[in-house]
Ligand binder design. Structure first.
Ligand code: NDP
Ligand code: GDR
Length: 345
């Protein structure tokens, strides 16, 4: 039986990847943090929390001893480093914590692999946020980096240390530069889920207005469930490498709100500009979307659009779900959850 470690199994990608690996016969060691209340809702939603081949282990990426013990005890052959302080906005307020977890955390894992001299294959969850202030469209594996947040800078360190350990110590370390990927299991603080959650509440009469920041930001959004398969394919390749996973389509945050409204049966008209911009329900004339500058970031990533050509050619990976399908899936799930008494996660 093949064995894999997933750091960050309580997150969106960790849950989908665990589901994928378990269904492919893996034994999975999934790490979670000691917090005041456990956070297993995603693996419960996927029905894998009690899977006999799933071992849940308490662990922190900043604690070298716990990493060494886990790598040794599990005898895993693959490790997927998905754990991170992953919220870009928070990284401006907590840059040190972000650097320790999101940046140095990857080094800790690589050091454990080096010290224990294991042949374990390592996947690093890199990000399109490393491109940041883009000058090249679309972005691919050769595009220069210019991160725009402490999160992006920390991820760039983790990316380069993975490449460096690959080149220096013959470690099978692959880095997946993944563009935004979403799902009904996305955290509520990220913009797509914040939108689908709020639009479904507005539709159900549970909320009046959705407040957002920069509506002009453009993102390349794909479906998380498909992206975790791409991670796995990277570790099945003959050689370690760096790959972009993306859809090749970009839309604004405003477009995503319009799409979510449509999926919930609400037609939106947009009025005004910048901080005065509002989204009005065309049927009732009520303002249901407003801009609040408190959600602006000190430095923004304006436009991301990736080219998945290399992943298609070398890994046979391609996105399948359209943004309209993804958005509808998220709205429908949030309508169901909210109609059933609301969600706390
Ligand atoms: P989430 O924020 O949903 O999950 C992050 C996970 O990391 C959670 O399980 C969290 O645990 C865990 N974690 C945080 N700090 C620590 C720590 N100190 N020690 C151990 N675990 C920790 O992220 P996603 O699932 O969306 O993303 C997975 C990875 O991919 C992240 O590294 C993210 O930065 C990266 N990424 C994500 C993209 C996306 O669009 N989703 C795109 C590109 C990269 P807890 O539940 O306790 O907070
Ligand atoms: P991002 O995702 O920063 O791209 O990072 P997020 O959904 O947080 O923001 C996307 C864009 O929307 C704009 N925006 C808002 N964002 C949030 N969260 N809340 C708002 O109210 C709001 N209004 C406008 C943002 O300014 C931004 O431009 C995600 C994370 O998953 C990272 O971990 C990952 O690396 C990248 O995607 C790829």
């Amino acid at each position: 039986m093949r064995t894999a470690i997933i750091t960050g199994i309580t997150g969106q990608d960790g849950a989908y990847l665990a589901d994928f690996l378990l269904s492919h016969g893996y034994s999975v060691w999934g790490t979670y943090r000691r917090t005041s209340s456990v956070n297993f809702w995603r693996i419960e939603a996927l029905g894998i929390a009690d899977h006999p081949s799933l071992h849940l282990v308490e662990f922190d990426l900043t604690d070298m001893g716990s990493i060494m013990r886990l790598v040794e005890k599990s005898a895993a052959t693959e490790i997927y480093n998905l754990a991170a302080q992953s919220f870009v906005g928070v990284s401006f307020d907590q840059p040190h914590t972000t650097a320790q977890i999101t940046g140095v955390g990857a080094l800790n894992l690589l050091e454990a692999i080096r010290i224990l001299d294991t042949k374990i294959r390592f996947y690093q969850a890199s990000t399109s946020e490393m491109f940041g202030k883009v000058r090249v469209i679309p972005q691919d594996e050769e595009t220069p980096f210019h991160p725009r947040s402490p999160y992006g800078v920390a991820k760039l360190y983790a990316h380069w240390i993975t490449v460096n350990y690959r080149e220096s110590f013959d470690i099978f370390g692959s880095s997946g530069i993944l563009f935004n990927h979403e799902s009904p299991l996305r955290g509520l603080e990220f913009v797509t889920r914040k939108i689908t959650h709020a639009i479904s509440r507005i539709k159900l009469g549970q909320q009046d207005v959705l407040e957002l920041g920069n509506l002009d930001a453009k993102r390349d959004w794909g479906f998380a469930k498909e992206y975790v398969e791409g991670m796995w394919r990277m570790l099945q390749a003959d050689e370690p490498d760096t790959y972009v996973l993306a859809t090749g389509r970009t839309e604004t945050v405003r477009d995503f709100v319009t799409m979510a409204g449509k999926a919930a049966g609400i037609e939106l008209d947009w009025k005004g500009k910048d901080e005065q911009e509002t989204g009005v329900d065309a049927a009732t004339g009520k303002t249901i979307v407003r801009v609040n500058s408190k959600f602006y970031r000190p430095a923004e990533v304006d436009l991301l659009i990736g080219s998945p050509a290399k992943a298609k050619e070398k890994l046979g990976w391609e996105p399948q779900t359209t943004l309209e399908e993804l958005c509808s899936m998220m709205v429908e799930k949030d309508l169901e959850r909210n109609a059933g008494g609301g969600v706390t996660f």
